[in-house]
Every structure is written in structure tokens, then in C-alpha cells.
Design a protein around this ligand. Structure first.
Ligand code: DAH
Length: 370
């Protein structure tokens, strides 16, 4: 490493020699650096105000020179200073350009690589289940009808044979639209509690025969938990024609259950009550997990709670009172109706343990249906 010599001889030739030594030391030291950190060390060594080579030159050459030699020595020192500054600047330019060249090398883009493929979306499992149910009935000749989610008291309740103040209304509490008290009860707006009002709207629009399924969103004043949601989905069905009997209801719904859950499921009908059907029946299917035995590998079956049966929908023969609201002649026509919860069917089909998963939009859940 270069050390600034003390000068004894201030002659031109001695000064030349000293300057030559310094320049060659500078050259080899600046050639040796490989990074910006090295360069900072070099710069400080040569140019630091305290104890840098240039400062020492001032002290040991210029200040030490006898008065007659000062002019000459001053000139040499200035020349050397300029060279040092230039070399140090050049050294920085060299290291930073090699650093950025190697960064470029690393960041090189390989245009022959395949692009990032954007994943295709999928149908939401609820929509998929809803479409599947609708598809089963479409294959049997049903068409699709829809109706409004904000419904009048008349369509949601009264025309479906829930008279004002009838206790059956308590089972379907919902949100009422604000500021409706001035209107007659039947015109007041509410969020529909089921898709059944679309039965009435469809029968108002067309005479029999009619066969429709009605997918849609419905609302109830239920607190959200693992099995309840204040907003959920239903598929409704209605068939009215001459000579429709309870046998048609059973045959149609049995066929639908087999199409949805597999051809080995059996169905049974349990007495129930709905204001707009008479008689009414809940349909149960034999448990597709345990085959209806209620037991699974010697343990009790959790799917059907060991009963061997699972309830999947409500149904019944359309109550003649309902025909009175839509101008269908109950002496000439008869029919059946049914309604099922889409969430419930999807939960059963896919073995889902929390209804809220449908609404949270978590891709880890949704991806399983891709
Ligand atoms: N609307 C009923 C409910 O939401 C379900 C239902 C039952 C619909 C029987 C029907 C039916 O069409 O016939 O609980």
C-alpha cells in the first residue's frame, strides 16, 4: 500500500520520480477494486480530509518545501490532485457499470417461457346445484319461471292461503319494506320468504296446463349459524293439468330424487302441513351414506342421525282455495307443487358442515368444486 514519502530533495527530477511512484500506486490500487464498498475505502484512503493521501501530500510535500521550491512543488501537487480525483471518479464509474451489467444479466427476460395462465372460474356450488335441480325438471318437460325478490303480502302470503293473522305466517317471518303502513295489507312490500309466490304469478299469466320450476333467492328472519342463513335459495315446482293425482306427485319427485342423489335411493312421503297444499307431504330419501340402515361400519350414521331417512323437500296437492285466486277451475284441474332448499341439497350432496361457507367467497372452499 502506498505511503506518502517525506521529501528531502525538491529538485525537478526528484519531484518527477515521487509523482511517478504515486501515480503507479494509484493505478494499481484503483484497478484492484471490485465493488462500490471497495471503492468507498479507496476514496477515503486517497481523499479523506483527515489523513487521506492528498492531505498528507499537502503537509509533507508542499508545507515542508523550502520557500524557493514552493511554486514548483505546488504545481506538482495540484497536478497529482487532479489525476487522483479523475482516477477515483473513473474507478466508481467502472464498478457501478459492472454491477448493473450483472444485474441486467440476472433480470434477463426469457421470452420463450410459457405465459402465466389465468385460472378459469367455476360456477358457484350453489348455482351449480340450483342448475342441476332445474335441469332434472327441464328434462321432464318443465319450463323455468322467475319472480321478484321484493314481493307483496298478497303474493307471498294471502293468495297462498295464509289469511291475515293466520299462525302459519309466524313460521315465515321476514323483513318488511319501510313506510308501507298506509297501504292495504295485501299491497305492502316485503322480502319474499319462499319462491311459492311465483306459482300465483305464473298461473295469473297462463291457463292450465302448466309445468314450471322456479329457482330463486329468499329471505327469513333467521340468525346466521351453521345451518341457517337469513338469505338462502329455493327451487319451487308446480304442475297443474287435468287428472293430476298424488301418484303423479310421487312418481315425479321419486324420479327427481334418483336423478339428484343416485338411482339406488328410495323415497317416502310423510304427512305435513302447508296452507297452499292439501294434502301436504314432506319427502324423505333413504340415506345415501348408509343405504338406509342407519348404521355405518357398525357405528350410528351421522348423515341421517341413524334414522335411515333424510328429509329433502315439502310438497302437496295444490289446495283448491289457491285456484280461487287465479281463476283456475278446481273442478276441472288438479295439480301438485313442491319446494326445496338449494343449500340443504348442496350440503347433503357435497358433505358440507357449515352453510356459511357458501357465502364467504373463500377460494380454498370454492376451489374444491373446480
Ligand atoms: N314454500 C315452502 C317453504 O318455503 C316449501 C313448499 C312446500 C313449497 C310445499 C311448495 C309446496 O310448493 O307444495 O317452506
Amino acid at each position: 500500500m502506498y505511503i506518502v514519502p517525506k521529501l528531502e530533495d525538491f529538485s525537478a527530477s526528484a519531484l518527477d520520480a515521487a509523482a511517478r511512484d504515486l501515480k503507479s500506486a494509484l493505478q494499481s490500487e484503483s484497478a484492484a477494486i471490485a465493488s462500490e464498498a471497495d471503492w468507498k475505502v479507496l476514496r477515503d484512503r486517497w481523499m479523506a480530509r483527515k489523513n487521506g493521501v492528498l492531505t498528507l501530500l499537502n503537509d509533507q510535500w508542499l508545507k515542508a518545501a523550502p520557500t524557493p521550491a514552493k511554486r514548483e512543488v505546488g504545481q506538482r501537487v495540484n497536478e497529482v490532485k487532479k489525476i487522483v480525483e479523475e482516477q477515483i471518479d473513473a474507478a466508481l464509474a467502472r464498478v457501478s457499470s459492472t454491477v448493473s451489467a450483472s444485474r441486467l444479466e440476472q433480470e434477463r427476460v426469457d421470452i420463450t417461457l410459457p405465459g402465466n395462465r389465468r385460472k378459469l372460474g367455476i360456477e358457484h356450488p350453489l348455482i351449480r346445484t340450483m342448475n342441476e335441480i332445474v335441469g332434472v325438471f327441464k328434462a321432464m318437460g318443465y319450463s323455468v319461471a322467475e319472480g321478484p325478490e321484493v314481493e307483496t303480502d298478497y303474493y307471498n302470503f294471502e293468495s297462498l292461503n295464509f289469511p291475515p293473522n293466520h299462525p302459519a305466517r309466524d313460521t315465515q317471518d321476514t323483513l318488511m319494506i319501510k313506510g308501507q303502513q298506509g297501504k292495504p295489507l295485501r299491497e305492502r312490500l316485503l322480502l319474499r320468504t319462499h319462491t311459492s309466490p311465483v306459482q300465483i304469478r305464473a298461473m295469473e299469466k297462463q291457463p292450465p296446463p302448466i309445468r314450471i320450476v322456479v329457482p330463486g333467492r329468499v329471505h327469513r328472519a333467521d340468525t346466521a349459524d351453521a345451518t341457517h342463513s337469513p338469505i338462502f335459495h329455493q327451487v319451487e315446482g308446480l304442475a297443474v293439468d287435468t287428472n293430476i293425482t298424488f301418484c303423479d306427485l310421487k312418481g315425479t319427485l321419486d324420479q327427481a330424487a334418483k336423478a339428484m342423489f343416485g338411482s339406488s335411493v328410495r323415497t317416502r312421503f310423510y304427512p305435513s302441513f302447508f296452507p297452499f297444499t292439501e294434502p301436504s307431504a314432506d319427502m324423505q330419501i333413504s340415506c345415501f351414506k348408509c343405504g338406509g340402515s342407519g348404521r355405518l361400519k357398525g357405528e350410528r350414521c351421522g348423515m341421517c342421525k341413524a334414522s335411515g331417512w333424510i328429509e329433502i323437500l315439502g310438497s302437496g296437492m295444490v289446495d283448491p282455495n289457491v285456484y280461487g285466486f287465479v281463476d283456475y277451475d278446481p273442478k276441472k284441474y288438479s295439480g301438485f307443487a313442491f319446494g326445496m332448499g338449494v343449500e340443504r341439497i348442496a350440503i347433503l350432496k357435497y358433505g358440507i358442515d357449515d352453510i356459511q361457507l357458501f357465502y364467504q367467497g373463500d377460494v380454498r372452499f370454492l376451489r374444491q368444486f373446480a
